[in-house]
Design a protein around this ligand. Structure first.
Ligand code: PMP
Ligand code: GLN
Length: 407
């Protein structure tokens, strides 16, 4: 019996996402690892980003009603018509984007499938795909699955902003896709219109398609405004916009996502997507169609998340971390550089493994969002991502525990 899996594309995926150890051992994603660590130790899980309360009752009831109404067989491959219509209405109402629900929208199994199908559809061996760095792990996995070359462009060291000069330098005639993520996981950066205009100019000049991951589109704080890059001049025709109901409605396990863009790009993505899952979530799709008419739920979530962000940021600072205050998402990146020596831990990854015993809390090392061994990974080695999408009492408890690190 082989002791490790046979060769195959899995190996590229594991390498690209830092899951292949020097001894050949294959780890699960950092989110799975840290959630298991929290479960094992009883620590508060501020690692994997999922809310500890469920989304609104009317949406959950709509799904139950859909089951009882017999909506349990395969929905259409593109998604049920009322959900495609609701997605188009949402894009028009919020952003003025004119989307044809019949030819320009595809419902997917979460944003994850939309991202994977888009990358697989449009990039292959010999092609380059540019992302920001740090990046969400599934972006790197999708590029590896496609056999394309991943070209990460670091956000600036100061404040995690777009480095337009670095992006311009990274784009070559082989660049097929520029993958964006705003609001950005893990840093919480919300790209400004001016930053997006720079990306748009580079994409137009190089004739690259932009694949933009906007799953945190409604979760912005204070003055930060989410601008979909598809709304900029000349961009709708070269942009695939991905989002998901998971974050917006606190229903991350339902995995109802979507991608929209010009019909010819959506046709390419559909061609791949139909052989990944074909379709999923029969009763959840009509429920999310109803949810998308509700702008108040995400607005209230953003307001309460802003307060919870402040609570966690203050607690982390009091514990000895330096934080970059996020403008959006579920997450804050905290620098433990001043703590590592005293605690006798090597880096952020080590700190995350030891945090349950040191403070009864779990986080995720930011190096897991970087290319293994990259300069950015080294530069961010002491950073840890914590989520604040937990109940306020849980966050207060976590902050109290983290304070143990200060003494
Ligand atoms: N993109 C980003 C940036 C994410 O943080 C996540 C995780 N929630 C996803 C995509 C995946 O979304 P979904 O659960 O809808 O597949
Ligand atoms: N998006 C979630 C996060 O960043 C994790 C989802 C997952 O476990 N893959 O925490």
């Amino acid at each position: 019996m082989p002791t490790s899996p046979p060769p195959g594309r899995w190996n590229d995926v594991a390498r690209a996402t830092g899951l292949l150890g020097p001894d050949g051992a294959v780890a699960q994603t950092i989110f799975a690892e840290m959630t298991a660590l929290a479960a094992r130790t009883g620590a508060i899980n501020l690692g994997q980003g999922f809310p500890d309360v469920d989304g609104p009752e009317f949406i959950r009831t709509a799904a139950k009603d859909a089951i009882d109404a017999g909506r349990n067989q395969y929905p259409p491959g593109d998604g049920v018509p009322e959900l495609r219509r609701a997605i188009a209405d949402h894009q028009l109402r919020h952003y003025g984007l004119d989307v044809d629900p019949d030819t320009e929208v595809l419902v997917t199994t979460g944003a994850t499938e939309a991202l994977a199908a888009s990358i697989l559809a449009l990039a292959g061996p010999g092609d380059e795909v540019v992302t920001l760095e740090p990046f969400y792990d599934s972006h790197a996995a999708g590029i590896a699955l496609a056999g394309a070359t991943h070209v990460p462009v670091p956000l600036t060291a100061e404040g995690f902003r777009l480095d337009a000069a670095a992006l311009r330098a990274a784009v070559t005639p082989r660049t097929r896709l520029i993958v964006l993520n705003t609001p950005h996981n893990p840093t919480g950066t919300v790209l400004t219109r001016a930053e997006l205009e720079q990306v748009a100019a580079i994409a137009r000049e190089s004739d690259a398609v932009v694949l933009t991951d906007e799953v945190y589109e409604h979760l912005t704080f204070g003055d930060a405004v989410h601008v979909p890059i598809a709304t900029l001049p000349g961009m709708a025709e070269r942009t695939l916009t991905v989002s998901s109901s998971g974050k917006t409605f606190s229903l991350t396990g339902w995995k109802v996502g979507w991608v929209h863009g010009p019909a010819e790009l959506v046709t390419a993505v559909r061609t791949v997507k139909q052989f990944l899952t074909y379709t999923s979530g029969a009763p959840f799709q009509p429920a999310i169609a109803r949810a998308l008419g509700d702008d108040e739920t995400p607005r209230a979530l953003a307001t309460s998340l802003a307060a919870r962000r402040d609570l966690l940021c203050e607690g982390l600072t009091a514990a000895g971390f330096d934080v970059v205050v996020p403008q959006g998402t579920y997450f804050v990146v905290a620098d433990g550089a001043h703590l590592l020596g005293r605690l006798g831990v090597a880096d952020g990854h080590d700190l995350c493994r030891r945090l349950p015993e040191l403070a009864g809390v779990v986080g995720v090392p930011v190096s897991a969002f970087c290319r293994p061994g990259s300069p950015t990974s080294a530069a961010l080695a002491s950073r840890v991502r914590f989520t604040f999408v937990k109940r306020e009492d849980v966050l207060r408890d976590a902050v109290g525990r983290l304070h143990r690190l200060a003494s």
